[in-house]
Write a protein that binds this ligand. Structure first.
Ligand code: BES
Ligand code: MN
Ligand code: ZN
Length: 470
């Protein structure tokens, strides 16, 4: 779908003219006021739509009225939701082009474009019959600048969702590495198995050992003009999580191609940076591998040594994400960045706690956590802080190593956070760090709000907005 901006009246000859209605207010078109509002009592609740034929009364064949809810409550998030609903309605009626002419005083071009691109998304590359799509939409009131930024965000979301939806048979560690190497405006270094071993990443290496797909450690770097800060973003990159020898039951394994959603988010974000040009240095880091059972697989009871020298007793091979992240966090620490953000489909416990509604966030710096929570809210995502009580550490105690990898399932999301903290920083320096558990939010089995089932691109919008402000 192409998104255009135009301020002239040729809009009126569009196939469908999309206009808005606030509750208790009139629309900009008389014919809509007469038929939709007065005759049919269309109220204009947020996201509600009303379609009417114009029978030649105006140049557009049809008018779609979309509800914006109460004027005083309207904001960028509601604009995104409303546009998304409008586009879905247009797809339903198999429209090919539309002009969206909204009567608002703020330039909502960015959120409107994001909403349109979220609605336009379908993972139908493997289906013979494709989803219905519009060819062109034109925004009549918004600036090119805001719309362009929305398009950049929307394309990043699409890239992330495509990667997380892609079957594990195609989205392998090597494939992620190849994609990273092709991102424009970013310097990428990919480390192979031998180099990973030489770097001392014993935890990451162990997780990938059971798979026939070789592991890849991916480091992307974007340098903005006058960078004020260095930020590392790390994505969990388990291309398939079978559980390893502690194998998952079939029903839990079914969607585990999504276990690289953190990595997919990092790739989507990195792909947008050269276009957004934020004034910051960003390191995108992914330890990519598969967690598979085999004669070569790591075993419960094994003791692994991470890059920072700490030893880990494996008490469950299905707690693999934190092992790969441990080495990635050590690597980021060595880059001496100011801040680290990791995103991971890390624990079922986080899904139990927060469902698919919110991602869990933890960290070592309250101000940074708050900033991310606020940025998420403004971006249309929800991050919810989970505690990191020191007592959780007790369950990670090991008799034979520095710690265990699993501990208890009770309080599992927090315990995972406490485990990761062991690998953030070194004796002489501790960067600010936040961990975002996207296990519940990155991949949904039923449609939710603007999103169809499957990958949602969790974290992409928040991280992009966060890096823009950094
Ligand atoms: N990838 C899973 C977590 C997950 C669960 C992601 C559901 C998305 C949806 C992770 O590697 C895992 O298996 N975690 C275990 C940890 C346990 C063994 C301590 C879990 O949550 O059960
Ligand atoms: Mn697992
Ligand atoms: Zn996993």
């Amino acid at each position: 779908m192409e998104i255009k901006v135009s301020n002239d009246i040729t809009q009126m000859s569009a196939e469908v003219l999309v206009i808005n209605k606030f509750e208790g207010e009139k629309t900009s078109q008389e014919i809509a006021n007469t038929y939709a509002v007065e005759k049919d009592g269309f109220e204009g609740k947020l996201g509600e739509t009303y379609l009417l034929h114009t029978y030649g009364k105006i140049p557009a064949d049809k008018i779609l009225v979309v509800g914006f809810g109460k004027n005083e409550e309207f904001d960028a998030n509601k604009m995104r939701e409303a546009v998304c609903k409008a586009i879905k309605k247009l797809q339903q009626i198999k429209a090919k082009n539309a002009v969206l002419d909204f009567d608002v005083t703020i330039d909502y071009g960015k959120s409107a474009a994001i909403g349109a691109l979220i609605a336009d998304y379908a993972f139908d590359k493997y289906k013979t019959e494709k989803a219905p799509r519009l060819e062109t939409i034109t925004f009549a009131k918004f600036s090119q600048k805001e719309v362009n930024e929305g398009i950049i965000f929307g394309n990043a979301l699409k890239m992330t969702r495509d990667l997380a939806n892609e079957p594990a048979q195609y989205a392998t560690p090597a494939k992620l590495a190849e994609i990273a190497q092709n991102i424009e405006g970013v310097d990428t270094k990919v480390y192979d198995r031998d180099e990973i071993e030489r770097m001392g990443m014993g935890a990451f290496l162990a997780v990938g050992r059971g798979s026939d797909q070789p592991p890849k450690f991916i480091h992307m770097k974007y340098t903005g003009k006058n960078p004020k800060k260095k930020i590392a973003i790390i994505g969990k990159g388990i291309c398939f999580d079978s559980g390893g020898l502690d194998i998952k039951p079939a029903s839990s394994m079914l969607t585990m191609r999504d276990d690289m959603s953190g990595a997919a988010c990092v790739l989507g974000v990195m792909s947008a940076l050269a276009k957004l040009q934020p004034e910051v240095e960003v390191h995108g880091i992914i330890a990519a591998c598969e967690n598979m059972p085999s004669g070569k697989a790591y075993k419960p009871g094994d003791i692994l040594k991470a890059k920072n020298g700490k030893t880990i007793e494996v008490d469950n091979t299905d707690a693999e994400g934190r092992l790969t992240l441990a080495d990635a966090l050590c690597y980021a620490t060595e880059l001496k960045v100011d801040e680290i953000i990791d995103l991971a489909t890390l624990t079922g416990a986080c899904v139990v706690a927060l469902g698919t509604v919110a991602s869990g966030i933890m960290g070592n710096d309250k101000e940074m956590i708050n900033r991310l929570v606020e940025t998420a809210k403004a971006s249309g995502e929800t991050f919810w802080e989970l505690p990191m009580f020191s007592e959780y550490k007790n369950s990670l105690k090991s008799e034979i190593a520095d710690m265990k990898n699993t501990g208890s399932r009770m309080g599992g999301a927090s315990i995972a956070g406490i485990f990761l903290k062991e690998f953030v920083g070194s004796k002489d320096y501790i960067p600010k760090w936040c961990h975002i558990d996207i296990a519940g939010t990155a991949f949904i089995e039923k449609p939710q709000k603007e999103f169809i089932s499957g990958a949602t691109g969790a974290g992409v919008r928040t991280l992009l907005n966060y890096l823009k402000k950094a």
